[in-house]
Structures are given as structure tokens and as C-alpha cells.
Design a protein around this ligand. Structure first.
Ligand code: PMP
Length: 366
């Protein structure tokens, strides 16, 4: 349970805000009172200072290098969470006379769809609700509108634990993705997307920062009368500094990017994530006591969702795990069950500890 030098830290399986890399927290702790050479906390300096300009510049280039973001894409650090993007996106890119395609693979996609409907016409190109969102649709199951203003997907559904392993073929329609819960967990072909967004609080940093990566040409389609703060053009023109951004959060994003670079970038990270998820899915598949929620080929490497024979046992499992320093395993209140979120910063030792606990728990209760 204990991690090096931090005896009171437990294994945190929370879906988000989630575990952050220990070296990042330690550096932030060291620099909390005074940034080296600055004499003030990053929270106390102007967002227009040279120091902060360097910090946000490094955060941007960190994301750009890790994801190999092409030059014709802008990188923004906004506020309001991924949830505000559910609205901001159609406000900017779904014209009154247009229509947008949405593929619904879980609870977060449903929320995105709800906001888009307020702005204009929406076509649900596929809805995987049957059976409780267990899988990603095949190409033949997707009914795209070739005239759509964009196609929206959720690359990883955090609550149900289903993840896209490919891009849908959107043709010439701009592909847009909510990547909140798997961004930076593996290399992503950014050039296949017109816009991607993500709340930071799983793999990028603390809550309160929303990463938006968007292709330059999208800006031409925004209507002139957009509200200033909700207009992507304002944010691009002002480099995310139209108003006061989450300076602390952006500072942490930069540290997380450095940590990822040290780990070998997204290729290295992806290998680790695959190994972690395999350990856990193998344990689930080895017995009928545990049943995975998602179909095998759609399983999320980030949020591993499974059931026990009864709700009582699930409650007992989560409570006993917490007592052992394995916290945050209770499934989302809307679907129940168990959910182990094993984002980038979650250590493989914690997965092994969970697997041992699962075996023991089954022996006693199976
Ligand atoms: N989309 C996905 C896939 C999510 O997992 C979450 C948060 N768990 C959200 C959107 C909402 O994010 P936020 O809380 O940043 O608005």
C-alpha cells in the first residue's frame, strides 16, 4: 500500500480528479511558496508576467510534442470543464441551418448530445444504449450524414468503461472528440480530428483546466455574434489569456508533460497502460465471480468496470478494499458495480495489490 517516502499515500482508483504523478506533486510542493528565481508562488504572479508566459508556453509545447500536434492546430487551456465544451462546441460549430452527428457510447456522450440539441439539428448516428453501453459500434452500424457540420464521439466513456480503438470513418466531415478520460494515455492521430477536448483532471493535471486542440480552419465557421468568452476565436487570438486562466492548473499541466516525456512519451506510457489493464482484465476473466461490463474488444484501458454476483457483495468489496488502502473503487452512482480507474499516474503495484485483494475476496465470499 505504501509508496516510497510517502507512507500515508494510498492507492487511489478514483475516476477523477484522479491520482497525479508523485514527482509532480513533490516538485509542486517544493515550489509552492516560491518559484525558483521568482520569490512568489505561481498562484501569486500575474498571468501577464514573463514567468507565466513561459509556463503556459511550456505547457503548450509539452502537449504539442507529446501528441505530435500539427502546426495548423491551436492548443487552448480553458475553464468550465469538458462540460462547458458540450455547449461551446455546438455554439461555435453547429450553425442554425446545419446538423451535427453524434455517436453515443455512454453517459458522457448523452450529456454532450443534450447540449447540442439546444443549438440545432442533431442526428444520432449510432446509439449503443442497448444492453447498457457495452461496446463501440462497427462502421456498418453508424449512419452518418455526409452533410453534417461535424461528427462527435467520446473516445473513452469513463462511467461504463468502453473505449474507441480506432477512429470512425467520418469522410470529409470534421471529427470531434471528447477525450477527457484517455487523452495522453496513448499516441493519438490528432490529424484525423478537427477538434479534441478534455477536462484535465484525469491524465493532464488538476480540475479547472480544459484542454482544447482545434484546427485553424474551423475558426472560419463561427458566427459573428458569438459571446466573447465562448468564442474559440477569442481564446485563440488571446492564447487562452483573454481573462485570468487557471494559472496553478496550467503550471501543473507543464509538470505532467515533463513527467510524461521522462517516461518515454506516449509510446512508453501506452505500453505501461496496456500492461496495467491486462493484469486486471486477466484477473476478471479468470473467474465467473467477477464479470467485466464491457465487451472484450471495447474494453477501456483507463476505467475497468466489473460486477460481482450481488450488489451486497459489491458494497462489501468496495468497503473492504478502502480499508486496505485501495480507494475509489465504487462504480458511478448511475450504473453501480466496481470501477477501477487506472490512469497514467496510477502505479502498476496498485493494480497488483487490487488483483491480490480480488483473489482473497473471492476465496472468502465466492
Ligand atoms: N466527458 C468525460 C468523458 C468525462 O469523463 C467527464 C468527467 N468525468 C466529463 C466529460 C465532464 O468533465 P468536467 O467535469 O471537466 O466537466
Amino acid at each position: 500500500m505504501a509508496q516510497a517516502g510517502m507512507s500515508e499515500r494510498i492507492y487511489n482508483f478514483s475516476a477523477g480528479p484522479a491520482v497525479l504523478p508523485l514527482p509532480v506533486l513533490e516538485q509542486a510542493q517544493r515550489e509552492m511558496l516560491s518559484l525558483p528565481g521568482v520569490g512568489m508562488s505561481v498562484m501569486e504572479i500575474s498571468h501577464r508576467s514573463k514567468t507565466f508566459d513561459e509556463i503556459i508556453g511550456r505547457a503548450e509545447s509539452g502537449v504539442r510534442e507529446l501528441l505530435r500536434v500539427p502546426d495548423n492546430y491551436h492548443i487552448l487551456f480553458l475553464q468550465g470543464g469538458a462540460s462547458l465544451q458540450f455547449s461551446m462546441l455546438p455554439m461555435n460549430l453547429l450553425p442554425a441551418e446545419g446538423s451535427a452527428d453524434y455517436i453515443i457510447t455512454g453517459s458522457w456522450g448523452k450529456k454532450a448530445l443534450k447540449e447540442a440539441k439546444r443549438c440545432g439539428k442533431v442526428n444520432v448516428a449510432a446509439n449503443m444504449a442497448d444492453g447498457g453501453f457495452k461496446r463501440i459500434p462497427d462502421d456498418e452500424e453508424i449512419n452518418l450524414d455526409p452533410g453534417a457540420s461535424y461528427l462527435h464521439i467520446t473516445t473513452n466513456e469513463t462511467i461504463e468503461g468502453v473505449q474507441w480503438k480506432r477512429e470512425p470513418d467520418a469522410g470529409s466531415v470534421p471529427l470531434i472528440a471528447d477525450t477527457s478520460s484517455d487523452i495522453l494515455s496513448h499516441p493519438l492521430p490528432v490529424e484525423k480530428y478537427a477538434l479534441i477536448y478534455a477536462g484535465a483532471q484525469k491524465n493532464i493535471g488538476p480540475s479547472g483546466v480544459t484542454l482544447v486542440i482545434l484546427r485553424e480552419d474551423l475558426l472560419e465557421h463561427i458566427s459573428a455574434d458569438q459571446h466573447t468568452m465562448l468564442d474559440y476565436r477569442t481564446q485563440v487570438e488571446n492564447k487562452s489569456l483573454y481573462n485570468t486562466p487557471n494559472t496553478w492548473g496550467i503550471y501543473i499541466v507543464n509538470l505532467v508533460c515533463q513527467w510524461l516525456q521522462d517516461k518515454g512519451g506516449l509510446e512508453g506510457m501506452s505500453r505501461e497502460n496496456e500492461a496495467k489493464a491486462k493484469l486486471l482484465y486477466d484477473a476478471i476473466d479468470a473467474t465467473d465471480f467477477y464479470r467485466g461490463h464491457a465487451d472484450v474488444e471495447s474494453r477501456s484501458l483507463m476505467n475497468v468496470t466489473f460486477r460481482l454476483p450481488s450488489e451486497e457483495l459489491e458494497k462489501k468489496f468496495a468497503a473492504e478494499a478502502t480499508a486496505r488502502g485501495l480507494d475509489g473503487l465504487k462504480g458511478h452512482r448511475s450504473v453501480g458495480g466496481i470501477r477501477a480507474s487506472i490512469y497514467n499516474a496510477f502505479p502498476i503495484e496498485g493494480v497488483s495489490a487490487l488483483v491480490s485483494f480480488m483473489k482473497e475476496f473471492e476465496k472468502k465470499n465466492g
